[in-house]
Design a protein around this ligand. Structure first.
Ligand SMILES: Nc1ncnc2c1ncn2[C@@H]1O[C@H](COP(=O)(O)OP(=O)(O)O)[C@@H](O)[C@H]1O
Ligand SMILES: [Mg+2]
Length: 300
């Protein structure tokens, strides 16, 4: 019996060590990019990103680091443990082909994208600043969030032959959406992660909205939280996906709590609970309003 107990204890402390390690990796992967050059020096990153010339165009060059496969295996193990239902591509060719296919599916000929060698993808510069910057600056935050909601809805309506279902991003946090105020257009970038194919589109789409909301939670004030969240949900405008988001807008427990902690960038637990509650209340009130509008429209 003692042996069994010891085994169990060793197993759980090993598990916790993997989790701590993976959590660290994940934070670093997520917050990477040129803007965080200083912190990337001491961090384990899956990709190196740089702006380089290809022919006469300046392009973003995303290169998988040597040894990134090991990081990806640990990250995937972590995703499995927290039941995130997403994974990183371990096979480099499959990763390159997914990044290229996503850019082409979403933006067609308007954006040049191609694989280069065995571990690199080159993409045209997408105009604009990322949503986190717009939200922090706050002047055009609502417009940027609305554009992001519309873009997610449009992208979710595209058929993916690889998923054999409607497309989803799986990691549309604020830095993976760029908003161009001149054209009032938001665009998605960074197709590093992919949802498990077995997850139905409705759940994957709700997951994408939730990822955005969780990240938003980490960088807005209490006053901004509800109007900014509603701006996304109203622009996205799909009652079925919203119902699925609401089912998951509950105080997380167990593995899901660890996942929420990561996704909200370690926001204080009480703040997280309060924001889940205030958004739920606002959505219930809005629900009455939306139903009234729908009934009035149906009568006309
Ligand atoms: N095509 C692009 N257009 C504009 N900025 C880009 C583009 N690709 C990457 N970036 C910039 O580099 C950062 C990191 O690139 P990303 O593809 O998101 O990789 P990571 O997996 O490191 O997050 C982005 O947040 C963005 O600032
Ligand atoms: Mg990114």
């Amino acid at each position: 019996m003692f042996a069994a107990l010891n085994r169990k204890r060793r197993f759980s402390s090993f598990n916790l060590r993997i989790l701590a390690h993976c959590a660290q990796i994940l934070r670093r992967v997520r917050t990477g990019g040129l803007t965080n050059l200083a912190s990337t020096i001491e961090s384990i990153k899956i990709n190196a990103i740089s702006l380089e010339k290809r022919g006469n165009r300046l392009m973003w060059i995303k290169r998988r680091q040597l040894g990134s496969g090991v990081t990806a295996v640990f990250a995937n193990l972590f995703f499995f443990l927290v039941r995130a239902r997403i994974h990183l591509w371990i096979n480099l060719e499959k990763w390159q082909s997914w990044e290229v296919a996503c850019f082409r599916l979403l933006y067609g000929r308007s954006l040049q994208v191609f694989p280069e060698g065995g571990r690199t993808v080159c993409v045209d510069m997408v105009p604009g600043k990322n949503l986190r910057e717009w939200v922090i600056e706050s002047t055009f935050a609502i417009q940027a969030i609305r554009a992001a909601g519309k873009e997610l809805r449009r992208a979710h309506g595209l058929w993916s032959s690889k998923l054999e279902d409607y497309w989803s991003h799986s990691d549309p946090h604020l830095e993976n959406l760029l908003y161009d105020s001149e054209s009032d257009q938001a665009r998605l970038i960074d197709f590093e992660l992919i949802h498990d194919k077995s997850v139905p589109a409705l759940k994957r789409h709700a997951d994408d909205l939730l990822v955005f909301l969780q990240d938003l939670m980490s960088c807005v004030s209490a006053e901004q939280w509800v109007p900014y969240s509603l701006a996304l949900i109203e622009a996205y405008d799909d009652p079925l996906v919203l119902a699925e988001v609401r089912r998951r807008l509950i105080v997380p427990r167990g593995w899901s709590a660890i996942w929420w902690k990561l996704r909200t960038d370690y926001v204080d637990w009480r703040v997280m609970i309060e924001r889940i509650e205030t958004l739920n209340t606002a959505l219930s009130m809005k629900n009455h309003e939306w139903t009234r509008i729908e009934t009035a429209n149906a009568r006309e």
